[in-house]
Design a protein around this ligand. Structure first.
Ligand SMILES: Cc1ncc(COP(=O)(O)O)c(C=O)c1O
Length: 424
């Protein structure tokens, strides 16, 4: 028999092996100061591209005022119970009504956290007779929801409609055999690479197959579509999304989430989401503050326009420098570079310490081996000066990458410090 703790010591996990080297800097970095386009990292000011605060609402004066007022009136943590027991208020219902109308659905239900909410939505929607078909690149909350599923599930290749079609054929056979149905799950925007899910093409498959469509639109809500209703509105197929989900952790600059759809389904979810039935209600400052945030999304289109102006400046500037931004067609700005995880750390250190630019960095296993992904999230708060300074830094970085500067540094560092990393 094995001791579980002994195994953990021997195998800290694919990212855990870098913990001693990277914790507090590359992984779990500690930023200081109010959230915004300039923050402090390791005591120095950096231009900050790593907050999902797309619309810059986190520090918007009207939002700060609404949050503070609600906290003063109700305390930070009211209500002190689950929705079903004692946590329902008129404000919760009001926010749900306004959210439903914003995303053009009949009804909405609030969730205290996005991650657990999505896990529960999947769990509640299907029985063991049903079949789930989901995009292979789905967010961890979707994967974990599928893990709870007692029936059959199939993945289709990322954003590959031919692969989805093939899997729908397989799923149809299984569902017919079991007397169940089919749930297709995708994201409205894939948050790492920035591509929109092909919602229109997926929805078109409803003509050929019978299924319900659940979309996680965490990065699309508030950023895409004429009114900000998300990827479905952008692609002209919002009505074909049967169950719409978004977190408040991005455009809404808060926490919590919601699910929206037709009245019966949302009512069913309200009575069956285990992560909500058995957990505390979304707190009042976030609910009242959520009403203010949604009002700004609805009534200040200039904020979204500014966001997109910044996105276009940053993305076209990076492309002009010769960087590969993959297939992003959203605000998410990925910069794909070839290299080892050690090169990634050297490059990121250089960018942060010598050029004062803070981006997120992602390596395998989140993305394929041999790739480094620097992810930038432009917001409505970034200024032209911040974009230009960032582009100048990326121009210098490009020269270093071309001359093999980081490869040389990597060899030197590994030799000097006797460091060895197992191949991933
Ligand atoms: C696509 C996607 N879905 C779900 C979540 C989880 O939401 P939350 O942070 O509210 O738990 C996130 C991250 O915030 C996300 O990016």
């Amino acid at each position: 028999m094995k001791d579980i703790f002994e195994r953990i010591k021997q195998n800290p996990g694919p990212l855990g092996q870098f913990a001693d080297y990277g914790e507090g800097y590359f992984i779990f970095p500690r930023l200081e100061g109010p959230i915004g386009p300039r923050m402090k990292f390791q005591g120095k000011e950096v231009i900050f591209w790593s907050a999902n605060d797309y619309l810059g609402l986190c520090n918007h004066p009207e939002v700060l005022e609404a949050d503070a007022k609600a906290a003063a009136e109700y305390g930070m943590f009211y209500p002190m119970g689950a929705r079903a027991m004692s946590g329902e208020t008129d404000n919760h219902l009001k926010l749900e009504k306004e959210l439903a109308s914003f995303v053009m659905k009949d009804s909405a239900y609030l969730l205290n956290f996005g991650y657990q909410g999505m896990v529960s939505i999947i769990d509640a929607l299907v029985t063991r007779h049903d079949v789930i078909v989901y995009d292979a690149d789905s967010h961890a909350c979707i994967i974990d929801g599928v893990r709870l599923h007692m029936g059959t599930s199939f993945t289709y290749r990322h954003n590959d409609i031919a692969s989805l079609e093939k899997n729908l054929e397989r799923a149809t056979k299984v569902a017919e055999q079991n007397g169940g149905g089919i749930l297709v799950i995708t994201e409205g925007v894939f948050g790492m690479r920035g591509q929109q899910g092909k919602l229109k093409e997926i929805a078109d498959l409803k003509k050929k197959f019978s299924f319900r469509l659940l979309v996680d639109d965490a990065h699309g809500f508030g950023t895409l579509g004429k009114t900000g209703a998300g990827a479905g509105e952008e692609q002209g197929c919002q009505d074909d999304i049967d169950v719409y989900f978004s977190t408040f952790a991005k455009s809404m600059a808060g926490f919590g989430a919601f699910v929206a759809g037709n009245k019966e389904v949302v009512r069913y979810l309200k009575f069956n989401l285990r992560s909500q039935i058995f957990a505390k209600s979304l707190t009042m400052p976030m609910v009242v503050g959520g009403l203010k945030r949604l009002e700004l999304l609805r009534t200040r289109p200039e904020i979204k326009a500014k966001l997109w102006e910044n996105v276009n400046k940053l993305q076209s500037g990076l492309k002009n420098l010769g960087y590969n931004l993959g297939e992003t067609n959203t605000c998410v700005t990925p910069v794909f570079i070839q290299g080892s995880p050690v090169e990634a750390t050297l490059l990121v250190k250089d960018l942060r310490e010598n050029y004062g630019i803070f981006t997120s960095v992602v390596v395998y296993p989140v993305i394929p081996k041999g790739n480094i992904l620097l992810r930038l999230i432009p917001t409505a708060s970034h200024t032209d000066a911040e974009i230009n300074e960032t582009l100048e830094a990326f121009a210098a970085l490009k020269d270093k990458l071309t001359s093999g500067f980081y490869k040389e540094q990597e060899a030197k560092l590994l030799a000097e410090q006797g460091l060895e990393f197992q191949p991933l």
